[in-house]
Each structure stands twice: as C-alpha cells, then as structure tokens.
Unconditional design. Structure first.
Length: 528
C-alpha cells in the first residue's frame, strides 16, 4: 500500500495538483491550510507517505490545483448530473466507495467555494476544499478508482459545461463572477442567445418524454413573454431538431448496447451494461432497461429466471461435428504414476487437478511437462513462480537446465487469452479468491480456445474434499480430474477408459523426494 500510494501521490503532484495525506476518518494528517496556496514538495510527500503508509491521497481543489470536483454521493445523484451533461461531454470520473467524483477544470479568476447538498446527494469541492483521489483505499478495504477509459491518464479534464453550471450555480451565492455561462437566470433568452436557449429547452423536454404538442405550448409562452408573436414554423423546426437529436442519441445507444451484448458471455444486469457503456453514452438507467427489454422481445437476450433486470445473451451459433473425418487416436501422453494406462486423453480435452497446499501439484505438473516435451509443443503458465524460483525448482531435477524444451510463462489471470490451441497447456495454477462459482466459466473459456491441444489446469482445494474451489463446477469440462493431498493422488473422474477396468475412484500413495521425484508407496487401489 505504501509504495502504491506514494507513487500515485507523486504522480498527482507532477501533474500540478496540491497533494496532502488523509487519515482513515477522511481528515488530513497535517495542518493543510497552507497547501491551499502552496504545493507540497516531493520530499514532503515522500515523508508523509513514509510516516503514514496507509494514508489516503488528498488533492486540494480550487485555483492552486486548477481542479473543481462535483461529488455525487450515490447512483441517483450521479445519474441526475449525467442527464445535465452534453452528449459528447467527456472528462475524468472516479468511482468512490459510495458514489462518484466528476473532475473538471477550475475556472481561472473565478471564485467557486465548497457547498454541500447543492442538489440532492451532490456536493461541490472548489476553493478551500479537498477530495480523496484514486490510488487510495479506505479502512473497509474499498478503493477509489478511475472509471475505465476516464482516468487521469486517459482523457483531459474538461471545463465546466454551461448546462451543469446553470443547474448547480444559478440563484446561489457560490459563484461571484459575471461570465455569461455562470450568470443569473435573467440572462437566458437575451438577444443573441434566444435561438440556442429555445433549442436547449426543446431538447431537454424531448429527452424527458414530453409530447411535441406540449413542448410547442411551452416555447410559445416563452416567446410571448418576450413581447413577440410566436412563429409556428420556427417553433416546429426547433422541436423537429430536438426529436432528430433524440432519435440519433437513442439509435446510437441501441447500437452500442447491441454491440456490447454481442461480446458479453454469462449473465449481466442493466447496471453492468450501463457502467460498461458510460464512456460512450449518458443515457439514464431507464433508457437502458427499455432497450434491453426490446432486445429480449427480439430474441437476442433472455431474462435470468425471476431476477429483475438480469439477462444473458442467446448464443445461436452452431458448429457441426464432423465425426467422419475425426481422428480417433488418443494423444500419446506420458504420466507420472502410469496414469496413461487408465485414461485416454483426446485433442481438445481438459484435465483438472485439485490439490491442497504443499501436496505436490507443481511437482506433478513439471514432471508431466518434462514427459511431453519431446513429442509436443508444451507451454507452462505459472501464477506464482518468477524466473529465480523456477530456476531453483528445475535445478532439483537430474537434468541440465538447457535440456528443458518447455516454454515457461508468467501468468496469473485471463488464461484463455494466451492458450495455445494446438499445444499442451499447463496452468499452475488457476487462481480464484472470491465468486468461486465463476471457475466453471473460466475453464469453459479455456476449453473454447482449444483445437488439437489440451489444457492441464491445477486448482487449489480444501482438505477433506475431492473438488477444487468452485466445487463441482471445476469438474464439468474435465475428461480427467485428479485430487491431490500430501502423499496421496486420486482419480476422481476418468471419462474415457484406456481398458475395460473402471479407473474412477482409484488412488495411490506416494512420497515426494527432493521436491521433484515421486516414489510409489502403494499400488493403485479403489478408495474405501
């Protein structure tokens, strides 16, 4: 935590932000008033985050940092602000443990102070304030993060848009300048801006779902209030332009949702879809819900049971099985303990091995890799061993290091992305720390990438069970499934027998010598 926080804090300082250290209760560790007018030096920042390694990163808002932040406490408040922003508006946005921070350029020469509750659930952090920045983790272990594609390294800070300014600062004492964009409501519909303002009204009412006839009445009353006679064609043009813009926006959102759904596997919610598409649309949750409902009516997706707003993509793609040209020969694999005498493995198969800690999983995987290297292209993906540890591990074997023909890779996640479809793939191991039910999906993703190759996947398991984390889901795709505990190996599942003898339930006791050499201490026998 210390290194990451310090690195992030220094990076923010290099960008010109005034950085301060923040306590778990969100109060500064230091007397921070001076840093509203003077930025801390890199040496000061290093000393703070060394002294308080769990400090969160604070950034002073206002003129010194050139930063104004709209703080949304919850999803509803965030959606209200999003509805006020132009369709093409993009700026940096951070996800906080409770809500969102929208980062904007602080307007030079103006005076925007802090304000709480300026709208329901919305605060403003300006001159004399500070926020907690991404790179911070609170006492509950919840992180402040940038929304994907909207980080400080992804997009520039945007100026405060007029639409948001009017909503936040009109009829308030926060803003003391006289720029047109920040001025009081009386400046609306003045000569020179009436056309734009009328279109803004028509566009807002169209987005809100008001019928065209009622929008026309609103625009007529506005024009009459200026002492002018309404021009029916002019009003109709404004409404038509707003309708076309809304139609384009709706069509763009529908296309974006269809494209996202087409590449999404498993179940997803309306919220998942909207959060994924935030960088390209500011449509509200209701719009997403309606469009997904229409896609379900069209048969592109289906609802997940009785859960509200949860769907899955209907996959209608089929690949015909050409069994006539299929090669019926099993792969000529060699195994420790002579497992090849019990089970046949065919191209495209998954092999699973669930093992307790220190049961010998890696030793089994390395021996398996060594036995295949002269006949197959072998790729070994390690989630734990770096080059030094791997070298030390291989030195335990009675072979020169140069004799290993296995391709070793460091990898800890997203194994399906790097699977070699026509090779022997060994994954040591498939890490999963929560949502264990997803392990079946991860294994399926790997299975889908295989052609003539196979994947041997190692998984952690708890004591007194034959199944890895994720339970039976880790067993679904495997044609061979092994369970390991210290000194014992068991065949839990063998789908294709190598003889008339059923190998399911066979186990063997062993001793692991020198971290590499397996010695049988009993024959294969059925587990009582």
């Amino acid at each position: 935590m210390q290194a990451n926080s310090l690195q992030s804090a220094l990076a923010y300082a290099e960008r010109g932000f005034s950085v301060i250290p923040i306590r778990p209760d969100k109060k500064p560790f230091i007397k921070w008033e001076a840093y509203q007018t003077t930025k801390a030096t890199p040496e000061e920042i290093k000393s703070w985050f060394t002294k308080w390694p769990n400090a969160m990163i604070g950034i002073c808002t206002g003129d010194l940092s050139g930063l104004l932040v709209v703080d949304c406490d919850n999803e509803d408040a965030y959606q209200k602000i999003q509805d006020l922003l132009p369709d093409s508006f993009v700026t940096c946005i951070a996800k906080t443990p409770r809500g969102y921070h929208i980062y904007l350029v602080y307007p030079k020469g103006q005076q925007i102070s802090n304000a709480a509750g300026i709208m329901p659930g919305v605060d403003v952090r300006g001159q004399g304030g500070y926020i907690i920045a991404p790179g911070s983790v609170n006492t509950e272990g919840k992180a402040y993060t940038w929304l994907e594609g909207l980080g400080i390294d992804d997009v520039p800070l945007a100026p405060l848009p007029c639409e948001l300014t009017r909503a936040l600062f009109n009829e308030s004492t926060l803003y003391e300048g006289r720029n047109n964009c920040y001025a009081s409501p009386s400046t609306m519909f003045e000569n020179g801006r009436r056309d734009n303002d009328l279109f803004h009204v028509a566009n807002s009412l169209t987005k809100g779902g008001m019928p065209a006839e009622e929008i026309a009445q609103v625009l007529k009353h506005l024009i009459i209030s200026w002492g002018e006679k309404p021009d029916e064609k002019w009003i109709a043009d404004k409404i038509e332009s707003a309708k076309k813009r809304d139609s384009r926006r709706s069509g763009d959102v529908t296309r974006a949702i269809e494209e996202w759904v087409s590449v999404t596997d498993g179940y997803f919610s309306v919220t998942d879809c909207r959060q994924a598409l935030q960088p390209v649309t500011d449509s509200d949750q209701t719009t997403f819900r309606v469009i997904l409902h229409r896609l379900a009516k069209r048969g592109l997706i289906e609802k997940h049971g009785n859960k509200d707003g949860v769907y899955r993509r209907i996959d209608t793609e089929l690949e015909k099985i050409d069994f006539l040209s299929a090669n019926s020969d099993a792969l000529a694999l060699q195994w420790p303990f002579g497992i090849q005498n019990f089970v046949k493995i065919h191209p495209g198969n998954i092999i699973g091995c669930a093992g307790e800690s220190n049961s010998g999983k890696t030793a089994l995987a390395l021996n398996f890799a060594r036995l295949q290297q002269d006949r197959f292209d072998v790729h070994y993906f390690s989630s734990e061993m770096g080059k030094t540890e791997l070298r030390e591990r291989l030195l335990k074997f009675p072979y020169p290091l140069e004799s290993w023909k296995v391709n070793f890779w460091e990898r800890s996640s997203n194994f399906a992305d790097v699977i070699r479809p026509d090779a022997i793939n060994i994954i040591d191991f498939l890490e999963i720390h929560d949502e264990f039910y997803k392990i079946g999906l991860y294994i399926k993703d790997i299975f889908d990438k295989l052609k003539t190759g196979i994947a041997f996947i190692l998984i952690q398991k708890n004591k007194n069970t034959d199944f890895g984390l994720g339970g039976m889901r880790s067993l679904e795709k495997a044609r061979l499934y092994l369970a390991m505990e210290p000194g014992r190996l068991k065949i839990v599942k063998a789908k294709n027998w190598a003889s008339q003898k059923n190998p399911n339930g066979l186990s063997i006791n062993f001793k692991l010598v020198g971290g590499c050499d397996f010695h049988n201490s009993s024959p294969w026998e059925k587990t009582p």
